[in-house]
Write a protein that binds this ligand. Structure first.
Ligand SMILES: [Zn+2]
Length: 190
């Protein structure tokens, strides 16, 4: 389903009026059009097909050591306020015969981030999909993000970062593997 942008434009114009704005003033004339396009883009992950996103992204490889992809940029919208949260996602997994193409992991993050979302759910969805799609032995996902709904609304938490993590399989069950994931993810460096 593709959103009806003409309908969204009408609603945004109504919203501007209700906020005491004049939708006819020069700066706002095209705003409903821009907002409709922006919202449509920022939520299009919810309308994507998972199989298409990971199609051809899996490679056979016999390695069984942990693969870490760090600092994947992440932009999402909190579903409580429809305001952005943004930060970085770190993914680690232990393959069982198949690995991900690196750019596809980033696309996977985008797919789940570009929708109305909660950081906790986003973290879990990414780990579960990585686990299921390559049959990994274990997966760890950590997201560090800042939420504009907290930063902009005067809650005086302007500098706080929310950290969530989700671990599955051997990364959850083995203390040593979990610690390996955490130390690799937390290590700052090139
Ligand atoms: Zn929020």
């Amino acid at each position: 389903m593709t959103p009806n942008t003409a309908r969204i434009e009408v609603l945004v114009r109504e919203l501007l009026l209700e906020l005491g704005e004049d939708p006819e003033r020069e700066g706002l004339l095209k705003t409903p059009h821009r907002v409709a396009r922006a919202l449509s883009f920022l939520t299009h992950g919810a309308r994507m097909d998972l199989d298409e996103v990971i199609n051809n992204a899996l490679f056979t490889q016999t390695t069984s050591s942990m693969v870490i992809v760090k600092d994947i940029e992440l932009y999402s919208l909190c579903e409580h306020h429809m305001l952005p949260f943004f930060g970085r996602c770190h993914i680690g997994y232990i393959p069982e015969g198949r690995v991900f193409g690196v750019s596809k992991l980033a696309r996977l993050v985008d797919m789940f981030a570009r929708r109305l979302q909660l950081q906790e759910r986003l973290t879990e969805q990414i780990s579960q999909v990585v686990m299921d799609s390559i049959g990994a032995r274990g997966v760890g996902v950590m997201i560090e993000a800042r939420h504009l709904c907290m930063m902009m609304r005067g809650v005086e938490k302007q500098n706080s970062t929310m950290v969530t993590s989700s671990v599955l399989g051997v990364v959850r069950d083995s203390v040593a593997t979990r610690e390996e994931f955490l130390s690799l993810v937390c290590r700052r460096g090139p």
